[in-house]
Design a protein around this ligand. Structure first.
Ligand code: ADP
Ligand code: ZN
Length: 608
């Protein structure tokens, strides 16, 4: 039964505090479960708006809600953001000195805290439950709840202790939030937290605002620069597999005058933290990083994520690419891949003494995703077990944009490559194979008399990166295999031999993807603001103002206003306080705090 009064009251809080006119999909159901005191499990993708599911009801009730989060680095930002909306928020974690902690505890005892963020280990400290009991929390919210599951991608043993919550606070609801949608993880969360008859809400995993491109890696530097060029002065993350690549690439970008910084676990604590903060506070545009970077990053206006190598699973890819466009505005995700990445991960995973279950299968599926030419949105949704409503997305991936063309004579090309491998008797690597197919000169070819092979020059009209990509695709389909060892060679498999004998259909081969041509979509204007030069100028002015105000308050810029809100200001150009309050993302508190300055900046843009 829908309680319309409750719904209306919640919406009023959402508008008054956050300045949002409506809930995002499932947010309202999730918030209502909280108000009804039911346990719940909410699965929403990154950017799906999980925080508001518990923050809105807490603000509505005006009573204490305890939020358990593993992301200590993020707590301060989250609390700052809430305070900028006029919500009484505080946190307790190991980063605080005794004085600061005591002050929070005093506020807690006096009933002056609405949202209290705590790290799980903090929650378990002696005496803390006693204090909480006196404060009578209205409910618990467990953020990043997948951390409780070994099947998730970020298991944290200290999360296991959260099962005592239900025992210690019987009758107080516990709510769990995660972006990880697999049924196994879901079941684990419910069991481990001891959720009783929970409301389970699972949102669509698809992120329609992300534009995916999956391109064979040819000239890494050129490909990376071209992608960055489309997003001058905007925020981006460039992921590399190895630390050495991070150092090299970030230095190369910096030499070209780009504001890029490195981030990986091999850096000392201090510079690593400094680089992360520079990025969050918009003093840097680009972070070049290993996968160590991301958890605990909350810059919502990341406009692009580039992978210079293939991740080891689609779970990882989804996580990392998902850091783009959390503000709901469009963002680009470019994945550069090669068969060498597959071989690298394979040897790494095979060398692990206790590999997590299914790792090699997941690697294979990741590689398959790269090679297939089906809509990327559809492929990802399907992988995560969700139906995708249409055959393709609307111009939000390289396949649907028509940038991936399949070759006309895939069967003929495949046969020529397989024949070459057979002729070389599986004794040579992919690099040499490419040279033979391309009909290259060179001492080695001549010395080995490989210029006399039938296969020599049989694909001389193709470009080398194309040849390389096709070989990778044939390996991915299981028609060829790469041997392990110091000098991996390419060998023919049983299935490959069957293709050569004409016994296997060329069906799957017809999908061979050509390296994408240059992107056809227009470059996005700075800040992503659509419209003419005036709009862009105003957007940049508002962005500068935002940074100035944020710096003065010691908070990240997005805490003042997100990009989506700045864009609305540019579009609506409010001139009165009432009009300013009508901008999405402007609540009452921020209108008081920032209204005058922003209205002045907008007025200044109006007068010539
Ligand atoms: P998640 O934690 O699920 O990744 P967040 O809670 O960080 O998502 O929210 C993502 C973005 O969406 C934030 O920029 C937030 O301000 C915005 N947002 C959340 N709820 C709404 C809403 N109802 N209307 C408009 N924007 C929203
Ligand atoms: Zn698509």
């Amino acid at each position: 039964m829908i309680d319309t009064r409750l719904t209306a009251a919640l919406r009023a809080t959402l508008q008054r505090v956050w300045g949002y006119p409506a809930f995002l999909p499932l947010q309202e159901d999730a918030a209502r479960a909280v108000l009804e005191g039911r346990d719940s499990l909410v699965v929403l993708p990154t950017g799906g708006g999980k925080s508001l599911c518990y923050q809105a009801p807490a603000a509505h009730l005006g009573r204490l809600a305890v939020v358990v989060s593993p992301l200590i680095a993020l707590m301060k930002d989250q609390v700052d953001a809430l305070r900028q909306n006029g919500v009484r928020a505080a946190y307790l974690n190991s980063s605080q000195g005794p004085g600061e902690r005591a002050a929070v505890e005093r506020d807690l005892d006096a009933g002056r805290v609405t949202l209290l963020y705590v790290a799980p280990e903090r929650l378990m400290m002696p005496g803390f439950f006693e204090r909480l009991r006196r404060a009578t929390p209205a409910f618990f919210a467990v953020d990043e709840a997948h951390c409780i599951s070994q099947w998730g991608h970020d298991f944290r043993p200290e999360y296991r202790q959260l099962r005592v919550l239900k025992a210690t606070f019987p009758g107080t609801a516990v709510h769990a939030y995660t972006a990880t949608a697999t049924p196994q993880v879901r079941d684990d969360i419910v069991a481990e937290l001891g959720l009783e008859n929970p409301v389970v809400l699972v949102g669509a995993v698809d992120r329609p605002n992300l534009v995916y491109r999956v391109v064979p890696r040819a000239d890494r530097m050129r490909q990376v620069l071209a992608a960055i060029e489309r997003h001058r002065d905007q925020a981006g993350i460039v992921y590399c597999i190895r630390r050495a690549e991070v150092d090299e690439l970030s230095a190369a970008l910096a030499r070209r005058g780009l504001r890029a910084l490195p981030y990986h676990a091999g850096l000392q604590d201090a510079p690593r933290r400094a680089n992360q903060e520079a990025f969050v506070n918009e003093r840097a545009d680009i972070v070049v990083a290993t996968v160590a970077f991301g958890m605990g990053i909350d810059r919502s206006n990341v406009r692009y994520v580039i992978h210079t190598g293939m991740p080891k699973s689609l779970e990882h890819y989804q996580q990392e690419a998902g850091r783009a466009g959390r503000d709901g505005l469009e963002a680009d995700c470019l994945l550069l891949w090669s068969g060498a990445d597959y071989a690298l991960w394979k040897s790494v995973l095979e060398a692990e003494s206790t590999p997590a279950p299914g790792t090699l299968r997941k690697l294979g599926e990741m590689f398959g995703f790269c090679q297939d030419a089906v809509c990327r949105h559809r492929a990802l949704a399907t992988y995560f077990g969700q139906p995708y409503p249409t055959p393709g997305c609307s111009r939000a991936c390289d396949v649907c944009l028509g940038e991936v063309a399949s070759v006309d004579d895939a069967q003929g090309i495949a046969t020529k490559i397989l024949r070459a491998v057979a002729e070389l008797r599986g004794r040579f690597g992919a690099g040499h194979l490419v040279e033979v197919l391309a009909g290259a000169g060179g001492e080695r070819i001549v010395g080995l008399h490989h210029d006399r092979l039938d296969a020599y020059g049989s694909l001389r009209e193709a470009r080398r990166p194309e040849l390389r990509a096709w070989i990778d695709q044939l390996i991915g389909r299981g028609f060829l295999a790469r041997t392990s060892g110091e000098y991996p060679t390419v060998v023919l498999t049983k299935h490959g031999a069957a293709v050569l004998r004409g016994e296997l259909a060329a069906g799957p081969l017809s999908r061979i993807a050509k390296p994408a041509r240059a992107a056809r979509t227009p470059a996005v204007a700075p800040g992503g603001a659509a419209g003419g030069p005036d709009d862009r100028e105003l957007f940049e002015a508002l962005r500068r103002l935002r940074r100035e105000l944020a710096e003065a308050r010691g908070v990240p810029p997005y805490v003042v206003f997100g990009d989506a809100t700045l864009r609305e200001m540019v579009r609506l150009r409010p001139s009165t306080r009432e009009e300013f309050l009508g901008v999405k993302g402007v609540g009452e508190w921020k209108c008081e705090e920032f209204g005058a300055r922003f209205l002045a900046a907008i007025a200044a843009a109006r007068t010539p």
